[in-house]
Design a protein around this ligand. Structure first.
Ligand code: NAP
Length: 263
């Protein structure tokens, strides 16, 4: 299945990786549904897409998914089938576990994990009915190991792996495939939008982000991995090697990771 003539729902399309996914998917001939909270930003991005009139802005807040079934039902009513779900919306953290308030722990889990899986679960019956689909989950290398100032964020991404590895096994017979992407350091506003211990925006472009992979290279890698049906893909620079070091040399991994800068 390639992207031309297909419909792709991009969560978190108002910024960073999601905005670039929308652009590259439109260039490849897909109809894009752009979702996030910031409707103005979504409309601005839609105006820049190839075949602008084909695409569709659908505001969505991952923190409030009590009506997700009716929202997805109305979306399907408008667009017909959805072939790809890019479950990319999320936010990071810049605070120690010691200082992070419980309300912030819960907010990060609600958006990055519960909101994410609620969307996938609401869409599954339609994907089954149409004979299949692809769910692309944007996790992180923080879904592979914990890191300074990221306890809640890392927990939310680890949770996605448990859920989606199980879902992958269960839905294979329904021709629904799951692709988990694990970016490392990517040059987006994620550190600016990350939450502090009290839930404020961190507001700082971290060195790690500024010097990270470009968002267009990251997105290109994501789409190539989906086209090749990769179950999982690490994306980024040399930071991604840490995942292999952890797997094969866990003691060495700990010696290296404790010396890395958190920002
Ligand atoms: N950049 C990196 O280095 C990096 C590394 C690993 C993984 N990732 C993952 O990549 C994904 C995209 O991040 P990014 O780097 O592109 O950061 P970003 O520029 O901050 O974009 C985050 C996107 O998520 C959306 N979002 C946040 N809260 C939401 C909510 N409650 N409901 C709906 N959408 C929400 C934002 O839209 P609104 O604010 O308009 O709602 C925005 O579109 C995230 O899942 C992140 O964890 C990024």
């Amino acid at each position: 299945m390639n992207f031309s003539g297909k419909t792709a729902w991009v969560m978190g399309a108002s910024s960073g990786i999601g905005a670039e996914l929308s652009k590259q998917l439109a260039e490849k001939g897909a109809k894009v549904i752009l979702s996030a909270r910031n409707e103005n930003a979504l409309n601005e991005i839609k105006h820049t897409l190839k075949n602008e009139d084909l695409h569709f802005v659908f505001p969505f807040d991952l923190e409030n998914t009590s009506d997700v079934d009716s929202k997805v039902s109305s979306l399907i009513g408008k667009v017909g089938e959805i072939h790809y779900l890019f479950n990319n919306g999320g936010l990071s953290q810049r605070a120690t576990a010691f200082e992070t308030q419980m309300v912030v722990e819960r907010k990060i889990m609600e958006i990055n994990y519960f909101g994410n899986i609620a969307v996938a679960k609401a869409l599954l019956p339609y994907m089954r009915k149409q004979g299949g689909g692809k769910i692309i989950v944007i996790s992180s290398i923080a879904g592979k190991f914990g890191f300074f100032l990221r306890a809640a964020y890392s927990a939310s991404k680890h949770a996605l792996h448990g859920f989606y590895e199980s879902l992958r096994l269960e839905e294979e017979e329904n021709n629904i495939t799951v692709h988990i992407m694990c970016p490392g350091k990517i040059n987006t506003d994620i550190s600016k939008n990350a939450l502090t211990e009290s839930g404020e925006k961190h507001g700082v472009m971290d060195h790690n982000q500024k010097t990270g992979m470009t968002v267009s290279d990251c997105t290109n890698e994501i789409l190539k991995a989906v086209e090749k049906n990769k179950r999982e893909k690490l994306i980024g620079g040399k930071e991604t090697i840490a995942v292999y070091i952890k797997r094969f040399f866990p003691n060495l991994f700990y010696k290296i990771i404790r010396k890395q800068s958190a920002v």
